[in-house]
Ligand binder design. Structure first.
Ligand code: NOJ
Length: 509
């Protein structure tokens, strides 16, 4: 076909080649419109955007200590000391939020700004004032605040007594959560206790990549998850018994997982990987107790290793009971997928979560890859994940609390637009199939500190000039695209995208 000498033939040929190369696409099923009242938003987290690391009485967090003391472990020795400087420049973020026309903004509160040494005795009014101001300004502009209580920045003093490896974390967190309900619960109606426990428990306690740099895989990571889920449930219980009647809010926990597409016909491997990842925290919350497959197999592995008990802590009795039912919605962070078949590489670290999971992960070489090495565009994975949640957790309400694309920071970010378009299509397809999804949150509003990748992977709809003291924000092409989606409440097609290329959305402030 490509040998045609006709101009039209050449065009068709180029078009069809680009179609076959572009795997980051998803066919539509049903209407292109989102349901009325569907909420579009964007997300950030305190350590990643705020800066002001020691301003106005804030105490140090484990990420302040880590970036200051181990610069070689972070790309270009970057820190979050200033980052996008949202602590001093929230008004610039607010202008961007208004320009995008979002309905909600998900941000996190820095625990050491509220309790500088992690303890109730150190309450810092200036930190509380900052978040009061943020919340009031959002509401004054018709933007709903969605607040995460913990997004990795643990007060250093709590780490000194073991952090998430010490059960004392539970009452410490409950006191912190109670303070937040008291200070902000009159206006904040959507809370998330923890962000991505599996990520921080593994990176901090099994892989020694995040502070406190512990590497006791298959043991300390499980202990961390266990304490996190108990702290979550205890905070939920306090909210329901002391605050709910007046405040009438909802609480969830932001859970993350890749989707696992079966390689060839390995659907059992795919299901197993989902239970070990999303199910690890979701099963106890929505059904009670860790997934049976995890309990059974980790116990067997542990006994075979010569231990007297399972490496996976027991979640029974009182705790099992209060964890069960401790979320009012499913807060889902989802970015990408892997192909799965049974049996892990035998050289894998033993013990470890990976050995216990016992599946082999690969990627399809045709998947579009972004600036973050782990991130491939696989929109059918989001559809699969939403189907899994629909079927496994009784079609609970889902708010997608994170989804996004990283690159090296280009303003003409066509791949981000492509990713956004097809992941939104996945959301629409799932809604068409009966999923109860009420919101979508793009990560992130602005470029920010991407943990160990420093500023090398940028996820923002707005670029931030990290070399300028004023940290000017510039909308990328994708900001214009998202704005069009929000305005029209539907997936915007190529014709509109073309119009955008020539539009006026690019201004510095
Ligand atoms: C999930 C995390 O919650 C967030 O902190 C991170 O920046 C994004 N993924 C992108 O990696």
């Amino acid at each position: 076909m490509c040998s045609s000498f006709l101009f039209i033939g050449i065009l068709v040929c180029v078009f069809s080649i680009s179609q076959t190369l572009n795997t980051c696409d998803l066919p539509a099923r049903g209407s292109p419109y989102f349901p009325k009242n569907f909420s579009f938003g964007v997300a950030t987290s305190a350590y990643q955007v705020e800066g002001g690391w020691n301003s106005d009485g804030k105490g140090p967090s484990i990420w302040d200590d880590f970036t200051h003391n181990y610069p070689h472990m972070i790309k270009n020795g970057a820190t979050g000391d200033v980052s996008a400087d949202s602590y001093h420049r929230f008004d610039m973020d607010l202008a961007a939020l208004k320009e995008l026309n979002v309905s909600h903004y998900r941000f996190s509160i820095s625990w050491p700004r509220i309790f500088p040494n992690g303890d109730i005795s150190s309450r810092n009014q200036m930190g509380i004032d900052y978040y009061n101001d943020v919340i009031d300004k959002l509401l004054a502009n018709g933007i709903e605040p969605m607040v995460t209580m913990f997004h990795y920045d643990l007060p250093s003093e709590i780490q000194k007594i073991g952090g998430f490896a010490n059960p004392l974390l539970i009452p410490k967190f409950v006191m912190y959560a109670t303070e937040l309900f008291e200070d902000f619960g009159d206006r904040v109606k959507i809370w998330m206790t923890f962000n991505e426990p599996l990520v921080f428990c593994k990176a901090s306690y099994a892989e020694a990549r995040y502070p406190p740099l512990v590497d006791v895989p298959g043991v300390a990571d499980y202990l961390c998850v266990d304490h996190t889920i108990k702290a979550h449930a205890a905070a939920y219980k306090v909210y329901k018994s002391r605050f709910y009647e007046k405040q009438r809010g909802k609480i969830g926990m932001a859970l993350d997982s890749y989707f696992f597409l079966p390689k060839l016909n390995e659907t059992e491997a795919s299901h197993r990987a989902l239970q070990f990842n999303i199910g690890f925290l979701a099963h106890p919350i929505f059904h009670g107790g860790y997934p049976e497959i995890m309990v059974k197999d980790i116990e067997t592995n542990s006994l075979n290793e010569g231990r007297i008990a399972s490496r996976l802590p027991r979640l029974e009795g009182y705790w099992k009971e209060i964890v069960k039912g401790s979320a009012d919605f499913f807060a889902l962070n989802h970015y990408t997928s892997r192909l799965i078949k049974r049996s892990v590489d035998p050289t894998f670290m033993n013990p470890s979560f990976e050995r216990d999971t016992d599946v082999d992960e690969t990627v399809d070489p045709t998947w579009l890859n972004g600036g973050a090495p782990w991130l491939y565009c696989v929109p059918e994975g989001l559809e699969g994940m939403l189907k899994f949640i629909r079927e496994e957790y009784n079609n609970i309400e889902v708010i997608i609390t994170e989804n996004g694309w990283g690159d090296s920071g280009e303003l003409e970010d066509d791949n981000r637009i492509q990713y956004l378009k097809s992941y939104l299509q996945a959301v629409l397809n799932a809604i068409h199939d009966g999923s109860h999804i009420t919101g979508y949150t793009y990560w992130s509003l602005v470029d920010n500190f991407e943990w160990a990748n420093g500023y090398t992977a940028r996820f923002g709809l707005y670029a931030v000039d990290m070399n300028s003291p004023k940290r000017e924000r510039t909308p990328k092409k994708s900001a214009g695209y998202y704005n069009q989606v929000i305005k029209s409440n539907k997936i915007v097609n190529e014709v509109d995208m073309y119009r955008l290329m020539k539009n006026q959305f690019v201004t510095k402030r």
